[in-house]
Design a protein around this ligand. Structure first.
Ligand SMILES: [Zn+2]
Length: 313
């Protein structure tokens, strides 16, 4: 199979791209994400039509946040778009006249990294995406592990703290409450409020108040040596690395790939994650250690991965 289209449905934008067999994006198109489920289907179809003009395209892969069924056809539930048992595959196929595969967005991103990014040379890979929340994907023996019902690798909602912080999912103490972009901002706000003398750079980048600290301020401040910003990244990394050690007990991969906006900071966050991972890895002196690698494809991983999964059929 030659060219396929990957579609990445984000909270604000829907991106579609024509992708070749090497994972290169030949052409892209972006539209705003409409507020209604029907509008989203129309927008996907429009983006696919627009981007496929002049290309001989054979299939479409759609990466969507939410639970996607084992047939890769129906979004059972989505947190950001009001989808409840949405037959996305059928609806888009009817509009674009091409075979469609629907995949969870974190699974698609994991597949993209495995095939064309940081996963090169590995067959057993576990990916985590540290974005606003925490997503995940599992590749075992070169195959994406979806689980019987299609909803495996929802790592963000593993409970790591009994009776811990309330989570948007309705549970308490979920991993993403401690290891995610949102958690990072919370750490920085708490620390800056408690010890403003250690957050002068960080507070200077915003309006001077702890409550209005934003993620991008924390990155900039950390690079400039702000103690609170650096310590906030370390706290996030401590939780992320400890969680990876638990995932090593479950999946024993040869590599973990850490993606998402937070991982854009590179070794500032990756090094403390590796340290925490080694610290909490059971029997760490006596076993091989999985590598902890930074994702390479950035925000394109989901689109490229979805296109490749459509190619695999
Ligand atoms: Zn949760």
């Amino acid at each position: 199979m030659g060219l396929t289209i990957g579609v990445d449905i984000g909270g604000t934008k829907i991106a579609a791209g024509v992708v070749d067999e090497e994972g290169s994006i030949l052409e892209t198109s972006k539209v705003s994400t409409p507020p209604t489920p029907e509008g989203v289907v129309d927008a996907i179809a429009d983006a696919v039509r627009k981007v496929s003009t002049g290309h001989d395209v054979e299939a479409v892969g759609i990466g969507a946040a939410g639970y996607v069924d084992d047939k890769r056809a129906t979004v059972l539930f989505a947190p950001n778009i009001n989808w409840r048992h949405e037959a996305l595959k059928d609806k888009v196929e009817q509009r674009v006249g091409l075979p469609v595969v629907v995949e969870n967005d974190a699974n698609a991103a994991a597949w993209g990294e495995y095939r064309f990014g940081a996963g090169a040379g590995h067959d057993d890979v576990v990916c985590i995406t540290l974005g606003t929340g925490l997503g995940g994907g599992i590749i075992i023996g070169g195959k994406l592990h979806r689980g019987r019902f299609g909803v495996a690798a929802e790592f963000g909602h593993i409970r790591v703290v009994p009776d811990g912080l309330l989570c948007g999912c309705g549970s308490q103490g979920c991993w993403e409450q401690y290891a995610s972009g949102r958690a990072l901002v919370r750490y920085a706000k708490q620390r800056a409020a408690a010890t403003p003398e250690n957050a002068e750079i960080l507070l200077g980048l915003g309006d001077g108040t702890a409550e209005n600290i934003e993620g991008k301020h924390i990155s900039d401040a950390a690079r400039q040596g702000d103690p609170v910003a650096i310590d906030s990244f370390r706290e996030l990394a401590r939780w992320a690395g400890a969680g990876l050690a638990d995932l090593a007990s479950l999946f024993d991969p040869s590599a973990f790939i850490v993606g998402g906006g937070v991982s854009d900071e590179g070794d500032l966050v990756l090094e403390p994650i590796r340290k925490s991972f080694r610290r909490w890895l059971v029997g760490n002196q006596w076993r091989p250690h999985a590598q902890v690698l930074a994702a390479q494809l950035g925000g394109k991983a989901g689109l490229v991965g979805a296109a490749d999964l459509a190619r695999q059929g």
